[in-house]
Design a protein around this ligand. Structure first.
Ligand SMILES: [Zn+2]
Length: 334
């Protein structure tokens, strides 16, 4: 581990915190634009952990949970390094939209990694972030939520290599749903995993849970996960805790059969096994008739639900998880 850790505009010595950014070209006033970063460089050697928030600009859970987690870390006792990127896609976050509204050709930043130096606007942002991260990252957590139209419960998409599955398990007791995703795909977790390192995408929250106390609850929950990860890898003092077992499987996106108003069933349980055929929600027409129903296609768990009632035929209503396997062996030697 270097005595001075350098990333973007930041040079940080052992035991220090520095802030700065990853340069991404100029704005209309010819000022240097930056992806803001906060770097904690520990006194002792350890892994380099990247916390990546708000790839999608309508998902503020990333930045808020990162702020809460960093407030509990002392660089004097830290082993290793934390590179926090509260908001990766500043243009999208500024607009409060999933992607940069000025970039209609490369809208979804979570589909185009490792980016392109001479690509569309968002591809260049992804490229700059990837170049800054790829050679000095051991563990990467990308933080997502249901954003503007949905709510997502605790779910981890872990890239399918041992380092990523261990990282997923290290998120702690609230995170028992871990679904494998491919390596080498268009998102940063997948790209980091293709280098043999740990990369996960965690999902929790949505704009329906950003009001006062509820937003704190969601962000505290996420922050507790990152701190548990730091304990697991010996980065901060304390003992990590774990889910008793991990439920692994695959997701099915349940789409609306018609256009209208989607309303989920009252008290429908998240993350809990429900039988095939269970009523999940109803879509009303504008006369108050139930025009379509949404039911569980298999035995499985609901881990995401639409929170914006207006819906078009073919739009997303529910992320449904089918559990194929329950395992206890994601952490080597444990
Ligand atoms: Zn997202």
């Amino acid at each position: 581990m270097p005595d001075v850790f350098k990333v973007g505009t930041v040079s940080v010595s052992r035991g220090e915190i520095q802030r700065g950014g990853i340069p991404i070209g100029a704005d209309m006033y010819d000022r240097q634009r930056l992806i803001p970063i906060i770097v904690y460089h520990g006194m002792a050697d350890g892994p380099v952990l990247w916390l990546n928030g708000a790839t999608h600009g309508d998902e503020p859970e990333g930045p808020f949970s990162i702020f809460k987690a960093l407030a509990q870390v002392d660089p004097q006792t830290l082993r290793g390094t934390i590179v926090a990127v509260p908001v990766m896609n500043v243009q999208a976050f500024t607009a409060g939209t999933r992607g940069d509204p000025l970039d209609t050709f490369a809208y979804d930043m979570n589909r185009l990694y490792p980016g392109k130096a001479e690509g569309y606007t968002t591809e260049r942002v992804a490229f700059a972030h990837w170049q800054a991260m790829k050679d000095q990252c051991d563990l990467q957590i990308a933080i997502h939520s249901g954003g503007e139209h949905s709510y997502l419960a605790h779910m981890i998409f872990a890239s399918d290599n041992p380092a990523s599955l261990e990282l997923a398990a290290a998120m702690g007791p609230n995170w028992s749903l871990v679904f494998r995703s491919g390596t080498g795909g268009g998102n940063p977790s997948s790209q980091i995993a293709a280098l043999g390192k740990g990369g996960i995408t965690v999902e929790l929250g949505g704009n329906c849970r950003t009001l006062t106390r509820d937003f704190h609850t969601v962000a505290d929950d996420l922050a507790a996960g990152y701190l548990n990860v730091m304990r697991h890898y010996g980065m901060i003092p304390g003992t990590a805790t774990y889910a008793p077992a991990w439920r692994m499987g695959y997701q099915i996106a349940l789409l609306s059969a018609t256009t209208g108003m989607f309303v989920g069933v009252a008290d429908i349980p998240f993350e809990t096994l429900i039988p095939q055929g269970t009523l999940i929600g109803q879509i009303y027409n504008l006369y108050g008739d139930v025009a379509a129903e949404l039911r569980a296609p298999r035995d499985g768990v609901i881990f995401g639900l639409r929170s914006r009632p207006s819906v078009l035929e073919g739009q997303w209503c529910c992320f449904f998880g089918v559990i194929e396997d329950t395992v206890t062996n994601l952490i080597p030697g444990r």
